[in-house]
Design a protein. Structure first.
Length: 120
């Protein structure tokens, strides 16, 4: 994988992770211990964080530092999941076995008719 380590690419991955965790910039600042002004710079793509701050952000967002840096495609795929899919997974995890089977059947039928997914 050839990671994109530009401020804009980092900003996109950071914003996606924040959305999935339902964290505002202020919330991320509180969780990570990084000043809100710095978080703002990362979110708007004017600066890249130091290695130390990447780790702090990753811990606060419960993702790997590699995912935020674009080095781990498997984790990055999870970070890039649309929030509706994450909600669906949360609901599915609470279903009884029989209902989960029905949901899987519906998903299989829909996958046969799937449209191209929008980019992350």
């Amino acid at each position: 994988m050839n990671p994109d380590l530009t401020p804009d690419a980092f900003s996109e991955r950071l914003t996606i992770a924040m959305d999935l965790r339902k964290l505002s910039q202020a919330g991320l600042a509180d969780q990570s211990g990084i000043h809100a002004t710095q978080i703002s710079h990362y979110v708007i793509g004017t600066r890249l964080p130091s290695a130390r701050n990447v780790v702090r952000l990753a811990r606060a967002l419960e993702v790997s530092a590699d995912a935020l840096l674009g080095l781990d495609s498997e984790t990055l795929d999870r970070v890039c999941l649309p929030s509706r899919l994450v909600m669906l997974l949360d609901i599915a995890a609470q279903l009884p076995h029989a209902q989960l089977g029905v949901l899987l059947g519906i998903a299989a039928l829909l996958a046969e008719k799937k449209e191209e997914a929008p980019p992350c």
